[in-house]
Write a protein that binds this ligand. Structure first.
Ligand code: ADP
Ligand code: MG
Length: 224
C-alpha cells in the first residue's frame, strides 16, 4: 500500500515537473512565434530591435532553464577535490558583497575552523549563490544575511540564515520540487539544484523557518 502511494507521488512529481518544463519552453515559443507572424504579414516593415531583443531574451531564458534542469538530473559526482570550504567562501566574498549591495543588504561571515572536505568547487559555489540569493530576495532592503561554517565530530555544517519573512509549512513541503516558485520571475530551480548538488556530495540540507527568518543548513560528511 505504501509503495502504491510512493508511486503515485512520483507520478505526481513527474507530472508537475513536465508541466514546469512545458510552461518554460512554450512561453518563449509563443512570444517568438507571435513576432515572426507579425513580420510575416508585413515583410516590408523590419522587426523592431526591441522585438528582436525580446525574442533573444526569451530564447536565452529557455536555454538557461534547460541547462539548469539537466544539471539537476545529473547524478555523477564529477570532479571533487579536497579543499577548504572557508577559503572558498572567502574567495566568494567580493561577489556576495557586491550582490548584497544591490539589495542594500549586509553579509556577515561567521566561519569557524573546519577540516577539509571533498568538494566540487564549482558546484558548491553554485549552491551557496542559490541559497544566498534566496535569502536576499526574502528580506526587505537593509536585511542581514549570515553565512556560517562549523564542525562536529562527524560533519561540517554550512549555514545560510536570513531575517526574511520565512516559509509557510505548506511551502516548506514543496521546497526542492523543480519549478516550485512563489516569485513572479522565479524559475523554481534554485533549490532543486542545491538539493541535487548536496546529494552528489553525500550532504543533506535541513531548513528551519519561522516568521523571523530562515536557516538552510548543509551538512557535509567529514573525510575519514
Ligand atoms: P526561485 O528563487 O526561482 O523562486 P528556488 O528554488 O530558489 O526558486 O526557491 C523556491 C521557493 O522557495 C521560492 O520561490 C520561495 O518561495 C521559497 N524560498 C526559498 N528560500 C527562501 C528563503 N530563504 N526565505 C523565504 N522563502 C524561500
Ligand atoms: Mg532562487
Amino acid at each position: 500500500y505504501r509503495n502504491e502511494i510512493n508511486r503515485l507521488d512520483q507520478l505526481h512529481l513527474l507530472g508537475e515537473t513536465a508541466a514546469g518544463i512545458a510552461h518554460e519552453i512554450r512561453n518563449p515559443m509563443t512570444t517568438v512565434r507571435g513576432y515572426l507572424q507579425i513580420y510575416q504579414r508585413k515583410p516590408d516593415s523590419p522587426l523592431s530591435s526591441h522585438h528582436m531583443d525580446l525574442m533573444i531574451k526569451e530564447l536565452d531564458r529557455a536555454n538557461h532553464i534547460i541547462t539548469e534542469f539537466l544539471s539537476i538530473a545529473r547524478t555523477h559526482p564529477g570532479d571533487q577535490q579536497r579543499c577548504d570550504l572557508n577559503q572558498l567562501l572567502e574567495a566568494m566574498e567580493p561577489l556576495l558583497v557586491t550582490d548584497a549591495v544591490q539589495f542594500s543588504h549586509q553579509v556577515i561571515f561567521n566561519c569557524q575552523p573546519i577540516p577539509q572536505l571533498l568538494l566540487n568547487q564549482k558546484e558548491i559555489r553554485q549552491l551557496l549563490l542559490n541559497l544566498v540569493h534566496n535569502g536576499f530576495e526574502a528580506m526587505a532592503p537593509g536585511g542581514r544575511l549570515i553565512i556560517a561554517t562549523s564542525a562536529t565530530r562527524s560533519h561540517v555544517l554550512l549555514q545560510v540564515s536570513d531575517y526574511g519573512s520565512g516559509i509557510s509549512p505548506e511551502h516548506l513541503k514543496k521546497l526542492g520540487t523543480p519549478f516550485f516558485t512563489t516569485k513572479d520571475k522565479g524559475t523554481g530551480l534554485g533549490l532543486a539544484i542545491c538539493y541535487s548538488i548536496a546529494a552528489r556530495h553525500q550532504a543533506n540540507i535541513e531548513v528551519q523557518s519561522s516568521s523571523q527568518g530562515t536557516t538552510f543548513s548543509v551538512r557535509f560528511p567529514r573525510i575519514r
